[in-house]
Design a protein around this ligand. Sequence first.
Ligand code: SAH
Length: 230
Amino acid sequence: MQRNPASRTNGVASHGGLASERVRDRMVDRVKELGVRDSRVLDAMRNVPRHLFVDEALASRAYEDTALPIGHGQTISQPYIVARTAELALEAIADPRQARLLEVGTGCGYAAAVLAQVFGEVVSIERVRALHERARDNLRGLRLPNLRLVFGDGSRGVEQAAPFDVIVAAAAGDEIPRAWVQQLKIGGRIVAPVGSDEQKLVVALKDDNGQLVRRGTEAVRFVPLRGGVA
Ligand code: SAH
């Protein structure tokens, strides 16, 4: 992947070498220690410059394994969570380069950039217009022709781009919305946090009868999935 040759990479590099591969490698080592093994995911994490997705004031913390605020009460997800979600999404997919993925909750666009390194086609929807636009700016310098950003309420999926092989969510609802199940291919998979006070990362497979077969994995903490747009 190319880095933005214009302003930010250079600016940030001068505050302490954030553009260097070493800091990114350290983040990936941490993600590995936490149990993510899929080399396609780890390579993608190594390729995407996370500091380009956070405010310059927070750039020095961009490679810590932690969520950070991105404004509008939202966060950039913890690197481990981005990696784990991508790994779980890949499990069911024979050829990810042929697969179409929907991400609900673009935020600043970081996870979308990681997912677009691994999956053939990525559609990412965000309900807060200012974040949608910011993600577009953040992603401009990276060459990702297979990533499409959509503004709207992702709890309705993205009908015009369906069906999807995989749907991943970065925001937690009480249930998996019906639209997601409808827009998922048979044999496809959803990876989404579910719950309010206590959330679980749920992996759900759409079986031959169109029913969701689900398993809960680990406890997680995501921002809430909200309806409508802002
Ligand atoms: N994927 C981001 C995580 C952003 S946090 C990353 O790479 O770090 C989750 C995002 O989901 C927030 O920006 C929030 O506005 C958005 N969101 C919440 N409900 C949504 C909905 N119904 N449709 C689309 N986006 C939604």
